[in-house]
Design a protein around this ligand. Structure first.
Ligand code: ATP
Ligand code: MG
Length: 650
């Protein structure tokens, strides 16, 4: 660890003033939610404020926020700036993959959103109806989301990289009436033919009556004269103002399916009032967005990070964001760094998977550009291993930018555990997401639900409802109750492992269902993966447990090597020794396979359950969110080859 990293770490046993301050704030917010959140709510616009701000309920999720207050998420994101100096400020700088550029001011966004709301009304969409949005990352995607909530309808954004079957399943689950798409989108210099995928999917989707098509890539597409309409044509005949519908705080704003890392995706339904307050507050508290900032959250709008921290959080705060349509390494692996330099981006919020792939490309690419505009870095999606943290801190942050490691989930609506640079600065600890935000009553408990002492690994639970909490799973109340509230009655079960240290910092230790039980020891897959990644030959790794008659489970590792390292028996032996020396003989993998890539979700998370299925020779289960099916074929091949070798006595 470099000296500069040490400087930001706390000295032993000295909790900084900042940490105490945050803890005090959090205590008050949980003891008296009304008192704490009312001034924050007053910074937003409400048509009506009737009834309690927060109310306990008997059934999961055990609380309701702004149940009878009336508001509109689109009004707060867009209209609120119409009579302020922000009206003419750029809301989004956008760059397409081919290099085309647009800048959209708040006022331009307001005009476009109103007309799109009129288009949706003309197509028969009404309050409570569902609209599926299947788009590339272009400004019209955001326009469609805002227009939907403006009229009180519910959007379901489906990531533009999903197959037609995955799209059809999500459309049918939500029974959408209208679908908004584009002719295509750009990815690695090629057109992804979105409209074709839609045509294929809709053969199975009887509820979709109308399709709106944005022209993006310009190739020829089939248009059904009764069903399909060009966006530009519809917008021509649209009204320039549509009154925003005043909906209750508890009205659903959107449905979003989880990543599907651990099983069949769950359709999380978010509220309007509580969700709005939560993303507004967390955007401000965590990122401290200022007037001079150009903020870039690299997530696709198809994920919750895109909903909360590309669209709603920045707009509710009147900030200026940057958006990029395409692949990070196109045409060369310096694409991101070039755009950061050119646009003068000040805040970068991305995922460990992206950081690890940039590490693999090498330092040469970021070093080609001046990254001195960056003042704050963020990460989300998976635990960030120390190697990646340090690389991010040194190479992108130039040893001087804070990193906000933000822990949260699709279900939580917004960031739950993170440093809060907009409230008070606290010392960083690489690998810890630090402390919970106000309103987040996070605890670490054992199997029986009893609170664990510090520095002890257990299950992360949230004891008190928080404003951004999801309302339910779409048309599956039973699954909602049983997945999240049954294991520890009355508490929200996050299904992640965590540990709280003596300073009150939380360490997220991977998924609770991704743990190895080796001869009575419980070892998180992530701990073993971190050790493998700390070896200079390893770029990425995934570890799973395989049934073993003697030990219960035996660790099995899949490894992606860095360029310049060969998949030889010598490398394999060296990696086994590396685990033995760093974790002990018990953790040494029973088998270690070399692959070119790991199976990941389309949001970049490792799908360990698929590797487990391969190794245990079982059915794969739901693969709708798998990014690249050849990764599973490769894992199967590596597995079979090694089995054959073992058979031959190799
Ligand atoms: P599914 O619930 O369908 O299995 P998923 O959990 O991957 O999919 P998301 O809601 O996108 O879907 O991801 C939330 C999960 O991501 C968290 O529960 C946690 O495991 C992981 N995660 C997110 N941010 C962090 C972080 N900063 N540190 C550690 N883990 C994180
Ligand atoms: Mg999850």
């Amino acid at each position: 660890m470099s000296d500069s990293v040490k400087e930001v770490l706390p000295t032993q046993n000295s909790i900084s003033v900042g940490v105490r301050e945050l803890e005090e704030l959090r205590r008050k917010s949980i003891e008296n939610p009304d008192l704490f959140w009312e001034p924050v709510a007053n910074e937003l616009f409400w048509f009506e404020k009737q009834g309690p701000l927060f109310e306990k309920t008997d059934a999961p999720p055990f609380g309701q926020w702004f149940g009878n207050w009336k508001t509109n998420l689109c009004f707060n994101s867009v209209d609120r700036w119409e009579k302020s100096a922000r009206k003419n400020r750029v809301a989004f700088f956008w760059e397409g993959e081919p290099g085309d550029r647009r800048a959209i001011t708040y006022h331009e966004l307001y005009r476009e959103v109103n007309r799109m709301a009129s288009v949706l009304l003309n197509l028969g969409v009404r309050e409570g109806d569902r609209v599926t949005i299947y788009m590339p990352l272009i400004p019209e995607t955001i326009v469609a989301m805002l227009a939907t909530v403006r009229i009180g309808a519910i959007h379901s954004v489906v990531f533009g990289g999903f197959t037609s079957q995955a799209l059809a399943d999500r459309v049918n689950d939500s029974n959408s009436k209208v679908l908004v798409t584009a002719d295509g989108g750009w990815r690695r210099g090629k057109v992804v033919e979105l409209k074709k995928i839609v045509d294929d999917a809709l053969k199975q989707c009887p509820t979709v009556k109308k399709v709106v098509v944005v022209k993006r890539t310009g190739q020829e597409v089939d248009m059904d004269p009764y069903r399909d309409f060009w966006y530009a044509e519809l917008m021509k005949g649209a009204e320039t103002y549509v009154k925003p519908v005043a909906v209750p705080g508890s009205h659903p704003s959107y449905i979003l399916y989880t990543s599907g890392t651990t099983g069949k995706p769950k359709g999380a339904v978010h509220s309007t009032g509580g969700y709005m307050l939560w993303v507004y507050y967390t955007q401000k508290a965590v990122f401290d967005m200022r007037d001079e900032d150009i903020y870039w959250c690299t997530a696709d709008v198809g994920w919750v990070t895109g909903h909360s921290y590309v669209v709603y959080g920045p707009l509710l705060n009147g900030g200026t964001s940057f958006l990029y349509e395409g692949a990070p390494d196109f045409p060369e692996p310096d694409r991101w760094w070039r755009m950061i330099e050119e646009y003068g981006i000040t805040i970068l919020y991305t995922a460990p998977t992206a950081i690890r792939s940039f590490m693999k490309f090498g330092d040469k690419w970021p070093h080609m550009h001046d990254l001195s505009s960056i003042r704050l870095l963020g990460t989300v999606g998976e635990p960030i291993n120390p190697e990646a943290w340090n690389w991010y801190y040194r190479t992108i942050g130039r040893n001087c930018c804070q990193i906000v490691d933000t822990w949260w989930q699709t279900e939580t609506g917004g960031i739950m555990i993170s440093p809060q640079t907009g409230t008070t600065q606290i010392p960083l600890k690489p690998g810890s997401a630090s402390v919970p935000l106000p309103g987040v009553d996070a605890h670490v408990v054992d199997e029986s639900g009893a609170e664990l002492p510090e520095n002890t690994k257990g299950f992360l639970v949230i004891n008190h409802p928080w404003p951004g909490q999801f309302l339910t799973l779409w048309e599956d109340k039973e699954r909602f109750d049983s997945v999240y509230f049954k294991r520890f009655p009355g508490k929200y079960y996050a299904a992640d492992y965590a540990m709280k240290d003596h300073d009150g910092y939380f360490w997220l230790l991977g998924r609770a269902d991704e743990v190895l039980k080796i001869a009575g020891h419980r070892i998180g897959t992530i701990e073993l993966e971190d050790i493998l990644i700390s070896h200079p030959a390893v770029a990425e790794s995934a570890v799973i447990g395989k049934f073993d008659e003697v030990k219960g489970e035996s660790p099995v590792a899949f490894v992606v090597l860095r360029p310049g390292h060969g998949p030889t028996p010598a490398t394999r032996r060296e990696l086994m020794d590396h685990v033995r020396n760093n974790m002990g003989p018990i953790a040494v993998p029973g088998a270690l396979y070399f692959v070119e890539k790991l199976p990941k979700t389309r949001s970049g998370k490792i799908m360990r359950r698929l590797i487990k299925a391969v190794v245990e020779e079982k059915a794969l289960g739901d693969v709708s969110t798998l990014e690249d099916s050849s990764s599973v074929d490769e894992a199967e091949k590596a597995y079979r080859e090694l089995q054959a070798e073992i058979h031959r006595g190799g």
